[in-house]
Design a protein around this ligand. Structure first.
Ligand code: RFL
Length: 396
């Protein structure tokens, strides 16, 4: 088959227009490094894709330092408390008074993505939507290439000095690394919901219930995210509004703390909790960032924050390599990022084990339940543990 025509040659090709790719491209553009973002979905799709909401202080500081916080500064809401509700009662943690005293900023990911696209275009950066990367090659050579399939089905080629794989957990970049991820399938599935109704509390609520986890997280003044742990074989269509609100009432203990405010449920999807870590996260001239580098369960709100942190580290390293030819920071990119990834994974894993009851057919279920109680007891009784929790909760 003849090679498709080359349509671009740039310093950096960025695969994926999620938080990782867009932060990276904005930083490169500001540093005068020519880059092209290739995104398989449409602009409308990526600008409407509701996912994360909780930004860490490190993410906010990076966005602010690079002039990427216009929307965030206007509409983001600081957030500093979470609570665990269980048979043992309610444990509220005000994390602005614990650990490093830092807080989250709540700003929906789709708004951040929309801001980052607008800013990149304002800076003269290039994004090609509806352009799927179907192959990557020559990563060992001086000029790696990617093959893209445009919306009209035409295949074309782009070359660059470096390729940034920011194409998420199901992208193509990860598979180009000659390493296999370390995997933990938690065997847990969440029904992820968005309701057009305000949260009935300022806290993030974690319902630690024998019937399964339930979560409640504010997103905007009139939108709240809910999660319900469900049978992994469930069908979203089995969950009508009545069943959802009944289950939320039960697991969030509405009798004691009041029912969540009702409103139309406008998004229902299933999230399977699966953790994956690659090591290293680079090969030749390919560098991974965000979900492409590590899949992490949303239980501790780390995914988007890792994506932003890694994009910041990668932008600096690529900038130095392209502008001055100094590729020492690129050489140690994995070593710079992996400690952040490991720490986030460890905390996320701890949260998963705290929040979810063991599977009924787990022969060690009774033992697991003891550990769960011990973890909550420790958080309740130990100030040291609460400080440690807070530091990790808002950390990265
Ligand atoms: P993304 O956002 O998945 O973007 C990757 C982009 O790459 C594109 N792509 C391709 N483009 C071209 N060619 C290909 N072959 C391609 N393959 C893929 C995709 O279309 C997409 O646009 O990855 P990125 O940038 O690494 O960002 C990661 C975050 O999106 C993710 O970690 C978070 O959303 C995770 N997450 C949360 N993280 C937090 O920090 N705080 C939270 O509160 C939080 N809540 C969540 C979440 C994830 C959720 N889901 C859906 C898993 C809540 C949910 C429900």
């Amino acid at each position: 088959m003849p090679e498709p025509a080359n349509i671009s040659d740039s310093a950096v090709l960025v695969l994926g227009a999620g938080p990782a790719g867009l932060v990276l491209a904005n930083l490169l553009c500001a540093a005068g490094v020519e880059c092209v973002v290739l995104e398989r979905r449409s602009r409308a799709h990526v600008q409407q894709r509701a996912r994360a909401g909780f930004l860490s202080p490190r993410s906010v500081a990076l966005l602010r330092a690079h002039g990427l916080d216009h929307g965030l500064a206007r509409q983001g809401k600081t957030h500093d408390r979470c609570e665990f509700r269980s048979a043992a009662g309610r444990l509220e943690l005000c994390y602005s008074e614990l650990g490093t005293g830092d807080v989250h900023t709540v700003y929906p990911q789709q708004l951040l993505v929309t801001d980052l696209i607008a800013e990149l275009e304002r800076r003269g950066g290039q994004i090609r939507f509806d352009t799927e990367v179907s192959a990557i090659g020559d990563l060992d050579g001086p000029r790696p290439w990617v093959r893209v399939r445009a919306a009209n089905g035409r295949e074309q080629r782009c070359t660059a000095r470096y390729v940034a794989g920011c194409d998420g957990a199901r992208g193509i970049a990860r598979g180009a690394l000659p390493v296999r991820p370390a995997i933990r399938d938690h065997g847990i599935t969440w029904l992820a919901l968005l309701a057009r109704a305000p949260s009935n509390t300022d806290s993030v609520v974690y319902g630690v219930h024998a019937a399964g986890f339930a979560g409640q997280m504010p997103r905007t003044p009139d939108v709240t995210r809910y999660y319900l742990q469900c049978d992994p074989r469930t069908d979203v269509d089995e969950w009508d509004a009545q069943r959802i609100w009944d289950e939320l009432d039960r697991r969030l203990d509405a009798d004691r703390y009041g029912p969540p405010t009702r409103g139309p449920i406008f998004e229902r999807s299933l999230v399977r909790l699966r953790s994956e870590i690659l090591d290293p996260i680079q090969y030749g001239r390919l560098f991974l960032a965000g979900d492409a580098a590590t899949s992490i369960s949303p239980s501790a709100a780390k995914g988007a924050n890792l994506a932003i942190a890694e994009a910041g580290i990668l932008a600096q390293a690529l900038g130095a390599a392209v502008r001055t030819g100094d590729d020492s920071a690129l050489a140690s990119y994995s070593e710079q990022c992996l400690p952040l990834i490991r720490q986030a994974q460890e905390f996320s894993h701890w949260m998963i084990e705290l929040l979810h009851p063991p599977a009924p057919d787990d022969p060690e279920a009774a033992y697991q339940r003891v550990l769960r109680r011990a973890r909550l007891h420790s958080l309740t009784t130990s100030a040291h543990h609460r400080h440690h929790f807070a530091e990790n909760y808002v950390g990265i």
